[in-house]
Design a protein around this ligand. Structure first.
Ligand SMILES: *[C@@H]1O[C@H](CO)[C@@H](O)[C@H](O)[C@H]1NC(C)=O
Length: 254
């Protein structure tokens, strides 16, 4: 009898203790983490991040040190937008720093494992990178509208990812069917291409090593990849009703 009670008590206790680790990755959790990251970048201090001691940190796809990297440089952020992937427990933030002396457009993917920040990957674009023009990026990014998509109108993760993949595959295969939206606008560095995004897409280019962050609520996928297998690149795609509405690109020139 006592043994049975004890066993019952132990199993109840273990359920109670086990519950927090089984907690799902929520949008609120990701929002709080992305806010902490933006605050850390603003202050140039990573202390506020709940990071794993073995956190992976890369800049332009190369291992770097948090202590000496851009995260240790205070930056005044003029524009930011974050997307939230509760399935993979990841975020992507686009960050515009319009300081005319030291302008940046950053793209950061954060990844969490068991509720702890395990990977920070930042793309750093600045003067000299592909079509870089911070005033243009700020102006066009601010004027676009990327509201949350009402529940009944959301595309699936697969549809959103396929739209981004089709666009990147077109660089190497002219027969790929891309779900072009009409209108569609592409913010490429600081230049703006509209009302069609099917303009100036290169050919003979393989885009490899893709890492996705997908947000069904915002209808958006961000893809980090190696442009032509070499240059660190981010393409972010906003999809509405299965079609491309906005594309934002950052390409680091070596
Ligand atoms: C990021 O953007 C949001 C929405 O515009 C804004 O409220 C917030 O203050 C920004 N965060 C930083 C650190 O600039």
């Amino acid at each position: 009898m006592l043994a049975a009670l004890l066993a019952a008590w132990l199993s109840l206790t273990s359920v109670a203790v086990a519950a927090p680790t089984a907690e799902a990755c929520t949008r609120d959790f990701l929002k709080a983490q992305a806010d902490a990251y933006l605050a850390a970048q603003t202050a140039g201090k990573a202390d506020g991040l709940k990071a794993s001691s073995s956190v992976t940190y890369t800049q332009n796809f190369k291992e770097a040190s948090v202590a000496t990297g851009i995260l240790a440089t205070p930056l005044k952020i003029d524009f930011n937008r974050t997307i939230y992937d509760t399935t993979q427990c990841a975020t992507f933030s686009e960050i515009v720093v319009a300081d005319s002396a030291k302008p940046y457009v950053l793209g950061t993917q954060l990844r969490f494992t068991d509720g702890v920040l395990s990977k920070i990957e930042t793309l750093i674009t600045t003067k000299g990178d592909w079509l870089f023009n911070v005033a243009g990026t700020l102006r066009y990014a601010k004027q676009e509208s990327w509201p949350e998509i009402p529940e009944g109108k959301r595309d699936t993760r697969a549809v959103i990812q396929a739209a981004g993949d089709a666009y990147l595959d077109l660089f190497n295969d002219k027969n790929v069917k891309v779900p072009w939206g009409n209108p569609c606008a592409r913010l490429e560095g600081g230049s703006y291409v509209q009302p069609s995004c099917n303009v100036g897409v290169p050919s003979g280019i393989k885009n490899s090593n893709r890492r996705y962050v997908i947000d069904e609520v915002l209808g958006t996928v961000d893809i980090f990849f190696s442009f032509a297998g070499a240059d660190p690149d981010s393409h972010e795609f906003r999809v509405e009703n299965g079609k491309l509405r906005f594309v934002h690109t950052m390409t680091v020139m070596k």
